[in-house]
Design a protein around this ligand. Sequence first.
Ligand SMILES: Nc1ncnc2c1ncn2[C@@H]1O[C@H](COP(=O)(O)OP(=O)(O)O)[C@@H](O)[C@H]1O
Ligand SMILES: [Mg+2]
Length: 260
Amino acid sequence: MDKSKIVFALIFGVFFLFLVCLGLILFFVFSRKKIIQKEREKADLRIEHQQKILQTSIAIQELERKRIAQDLHDAISAKLNVVSLSTNVLLADENINKKQKDSLEQILDITSTTLESSRKIAHDLLPPILAKFGLKAALEELFEEFSKNTDIDIDYEIEDLSLSGTNQLHVFRIFQELINNSIRHGKANVLEIFMEEHEKGFVLKFQDNGIGFNITDVSEKPGIGIQNINSRVRILNGEIKIESSKDNGSLFVIQCNYGE
Ligand SMILES: Nc1ncnc2c1ncn2[C@@H]1O[C@H](COP(=O)(O)OP(=O)(O)O)[C@@H](O)[C@H]1O
Ligand SMILES: [Mg+2]
């Protein structure tokens, strides 16, 4: 064999080896990419599945709350009202002695405090004003409950939203949780609330003057409250953005789209 043939064979061999290596590298890179993509898809599916479970559990929770509120109203309050009426009839009888009168007055007293407690519990479970007068009225009542007789100042500019009853309840619960968190965790005493409907949906802004919190920590390990807010925002086909710092308090912006 002459020299040039050996050189040619060598170059060819090296080139061939280079092609094989390149092929192998490309194969590994692409298969790795595919594996990573598959893993990501799996993780997304898992998150979606968890979200679905959370959303279903929220829906069931709301149904249960409604049922308990109705039961309280029908089975407890209605019957206690009868007790109260009957006691009043007995009290009106002039022939009863002092001891009987005192006992009947005690029954009346207990009945009325129990009625008030059951009304309060039913109200917390499902505010009746929401179904009767809509979201704006229910929120105004909620803000009033928090600011009346306290040093908490709630400035708000809100309007009614054209949402179904169930979705109005989601917005109401989001506000309940946001206010509770701001006061309990943020120690805030000024809340600025804005909610406006536009052509395609609505926007909600909630700002407190509290001590703020670390958003990364909370988004990695959210509590039940924040998780519920996230699930409700998803049910409403929306997105939530949070900004928080020590000096500027916490800001929550929720944007939701109708009909998508
Ligand atoms: N407005 C806020 N101001 C300060 N901290 C907040 C605020 N909202 C949420 N957080 C923080 O986020 C955490 C998670 O809140 P949440 O999910 O509602 O759980 P929980 O209220 O049960 O602790 C709170 O423990 C708190 O540290
Ligand atoms: Mg909370």
